[in-house]
Design a protein around this ligand. Sequence first.
Ligand code: SF4
Length: 703
Amino acid sequence: MMTEEVKTTCSYCGVGCGIIVKKDAQNRITVEGDKDHPVNRGMLCSKGMNLHYVANDISDRIMYPEMRWSKSHPRERVSWKNAMERAVSVFKSIIKKHGPDSVGFYVSGQCLTEEYYIANKLTKGFIGTNNIDTNSRLCMSSAVVGYKKTFGEDSVPIAYDDIELADCFLIAGANPAWCHPILFRRIEQHKEKNPEVKIIVVDPRKTDSANFADLHLQIIPGTDIVLYNAIGRRLLERGLIDYNFIKEHTENYQKYKEQILSLSLKKASKICGVPENDIKKAADMIGLSNGYISMWAMGLNQSVIGTDKNFALLNLSLITGQVGKPGSGPFSLTGQPNAMGGREVGGMANLLAVHKNLFNETHRKEVAQFWGVNSISGKVGYTATEMFDALEKGKLKAIWVVCTNPMVSMPNARKIEKALKNAKFVIVQDISHASDTSKMADLLLPAAGWLEKDGTMTNSERRISYLPKALNAPGEARPDVEILCDFASKMGYRGFNYNSTEEIYREYCSMTKGTNIDISFLNYDRLKNEGTIQWPVSEYRHKGTQRLFEDRKFYTPTQKAIFNVPYSTENASIPTDAMHPLILTTGRIRDQWHTMTKTGKVSRLHTHYPSPVIEINPVDAYLYHIKNGDITEVKSRMGTVRLRAKVTDSVREGVIFIPMHWGKVLKSDLNRANNLTNTIVDPQSKEPDFKFTVVSVSKYKKE
Ligand code: SF4
């Protein structure tokens, strides 16, 4: 039902800010921060406060299904009936000829929980393949493995309200001042009121977060594990560790101790490029604090040793006993608004719904029984990079891309383009023609966007919110769940005949019963009437769970947390050489979101960082004869980009930075950072390394 004013949640990052949407008689909306929302308390960042421009401007929207009969034909408008019949006939014939593992779904951390749930049920339960993965693979899968192996399950132990209770923060490989601004604003406000609060930032770049910190450890990319182990060693040598917690509540400490004692601080300092004294200072700040929170994002996760980096950081929380108590805990920042919801419903090729284990036969049977199917395959599906690799090689014949733009966001983007061209059939389900990937679709399906459908999301602190429908979708666009359920029913699968998203949510909630993410007593009414709530919610009147592990009982078989000793302390990426002497690291800027299909429409969001540049240190610029504003050519083994240089000491010597947002639609593909990155992944998490690509840089000379 349409309303004049609705409370909802921002559709951008994993912070999950509350927004009040007001609609006028012409259906045009305005937005403002929700003062009563526990996350943002009325604040919004530049992206959130400009969401109304995105929702009001439908000029780029996909209005009706488009289809082409062969690769050599242009797409033309078709009816939904014809579009779905084609999708069904192509999928049926490919599955019949090549088996269920010949098709796959590539979805998004921007999908709502109900959409994620249905896509998983359809793929894993009914098509019979685990070939469903998500763009969240690119940002937080290393953290998922880190949590699972340390605590027994993928469980973020902390709440945002712990921020105001902490007195030491270690922000590692993240720039929350730009990428999680409202969370960072809470840290800033806490520090303003309590100057004794200490903030340490670990980053090869001098970011706004680093500039605010008490201590910036400007690390050489890829050396994080050595740094955290050195901090661990110093804590141990100073006796600033929690012996009782280690003894009573952890396992494998001895092995960890052996590793951290194997490297002197002096040697660690040399490897990391961080002064020995600063390592000592960081250890003292952590060890002498009452409440220590570590926060991390892509700088740790997006690495070939991303999981090991997670272990090294998590171990600092264990050695100090800083978990499961107010103002403390290890806190992985999710990038996307519902990356967490996707994890809950098992929205990855190696996960099962409700935190059940794909490798456990009993768990697979339980899920199969719940969905009323014979079995769930125990074979891990293609993960994100593997999926496009399989497309390129012809092992995967058809792909269905939902709400994401891999042509810009995936590493080695030209390979992705080649893979999509090579696919027998590509379905893209999205809201905007601005997505480069939409150009590759054989069948393009118009989806409803934010405010045009209802459902739920979970933010970084396990907080579930209900997002109501406030606007009608333009043209013939339909909610994503409706499209997927329609397809499933037309494929002949039972169990997709829902009357509402609420019914889907009810089914999902009942599936969580008895698990560690139990929300079986939750429903839309409660979310609408009582507001957001943190899982688990295990009893009828339960108000949700702010903090996990307060009883110091973890989800491992022994109920003890585990010190995982990093297998490798060195970056396993291809090292620099004479041909490629610099390290490229990619990342986000303050006012743009992902591949700019939404924020790119808002002119005021282009003023802060108007175009992509390479940021290069003055020493390197001198060495390679580059002046500020010169057009440069950056080359890696994968490809080339041409961008203007910004000479700045905000990056350390030997490192360049390029923002990841720009792609082909807005200009040429020579501004696409992912032309350069490679598809090497962490063997444990299968997350690609966007933070370490060796490159050369020269001044561009026209032939
Ligand atoms: Fe939206 Fe994130 Fe900004 Fe909050 S911090 S307004 S969730 S983009």
